[in-house]
Design a protein around this ligand. Structure first.
Ligand code: UDP
Ligand code: MG
Length: 311
């Protein structure tokens, strides 16, 4: 399954590569595109293509729900014994699917593709990605493999488990780490995006990173506890010093600078900690509303019955 968000330039090439791949795969296959509220000609192109090609299917979401939700929608619509998730921009080369399938046949339930190199991405993206995966590794007890995106093969058992994980804060790669099963990695060289722009600008990447941490770690909450304790201890030492100076009248200074620095530092730390707690509260808020994860506007190419309109 492939999530699509404004990818009209790459679609003809992508579909060509997929057809080549399908010829090399044995067994029955289906190709599911999930349109994540594209504003360009992607949907029109896909609709036409799907009318002509058996085995190609389309799920159109009612608006842009984001990459992770689009992936979820595609996986829930998949009927096969295994489903493969890949990006539309050919950064996940379709040929790697052959290796994924080979590993799956060896008996691995989840096979992820690990990028051993990344071309055409800024040093900033590579650096922040690297930092993020290492930080996350230290913060969570769940094993989330390094340098692995969402390009992976998922077997039926894992897929059924995934369907029973209704969380709204979806960090899909972490969810697969959490569920266990026999997992294996296949290395690949990640080429540059063929055409078009990345759909993950800096702020979206930050958003994904923060939600990844919030949904897989409680460490930031502990941070408030330890920072509070440490600051209180420092305050006591400072208090003793202040009393001492007052009693012995040794250099009782005007103290404007120290007061300003301490007050602003502490209010900064306070606000930061409220923000951290707020992230968790926000996550609970999203959860208790119990809204569906996505809304399907229409589908095409599916044999009956079509996937549920809302999930
Ligand atoms: N995508 C999506 N919804 C979004 C953003 C992205 O479905 O809101 C899709 C996009 O069309 C592509 C995949 O997610 O198939 C990965 O996006 P992109 O290649 O822009 O991310 P990058 O490789 O730069 O991290
Ligand atoms: Mg990409």
């Amino acid at each position: 399954m492939i999530p699509i968000c404004n990818e009209e330039e790459v679609l003809p090439r992508l579909i060509g590569r997929i057809k080549l791949l399908l010829r090399r795969l044995d067994g029955e296959t289906e190709v599911i595109f999930v349109d994540d509220g594209s504003q360009d000609g992607s949907v029109g192109y896909l609709r036409e293509m799907i009318a002509a090609e058996p085995g190609f299917r389309l799920v159109e979401l009612s608006r842009n729900f984001g990459h992770q939700i689009a992936i979820t929608a595609g996986m829930e619509a998949a009927r096969g014994d295994a489903v493969i998730v890949m990006d539309a921009d050919l950064q996940d080369p379709p040929e790697v699917v052959l290796d994924l399938v080979a590993k799956w046949k060896e008996g691995f339930e989840i096979v992820y593709a690990r990028r051993v190199s990344r071309q055409g991405e800024t040093w900033f993206k590579r650096f922040t990605a690297r930092l993020f995966y290492r930080l996350l590794e230290r913060m969570t007890p769940v094993h989330i493999p390094r340098d692995v995106g969402d390009f992976r093969l998922v077997g039926r058992n894992a897929l059924e488990t995934f369907k029973h994980m209704p969380e709204h804060d979806r960090f899909v790669r972490g969810m697969f780490g959490w569920m266990g099963f026999k997992q294996a990695a296949v290395p690949f060289e990640r080429p540059a995006r063929t055409v078009g722009q990345t759909k993950y600008p800096f702020w979206k990447m930050m958003h994904l990173a923060i939600h990844g941490i919030v949904s897989f770690s409680e460490k930031p909450l502990h941070l408030a506890l330890w920072a509070g304790l440490a600051i209180s201890a420092l305050a006591m030492v400072f208090g003793a010093y202040a009393m001492f100076s007052w009693i012995f009248e040794t250099g009782v200074v005007a103290g404007w600078t120290s007061v300003v620095v301490i007050v602003s530092l502490l209010s900064g730390i306070n606000l930061f900690m409220i923000g951290v707690v707020g992230l968790y509260v926000g996550s609970i808020h999203a959860e208790v509303k119990r809204r569906p994860l996505y809304v399907v506007e229409r589908t095409a190419g599916f044999e009956e019955p079509t996937p549920a309109a809302v999930s």
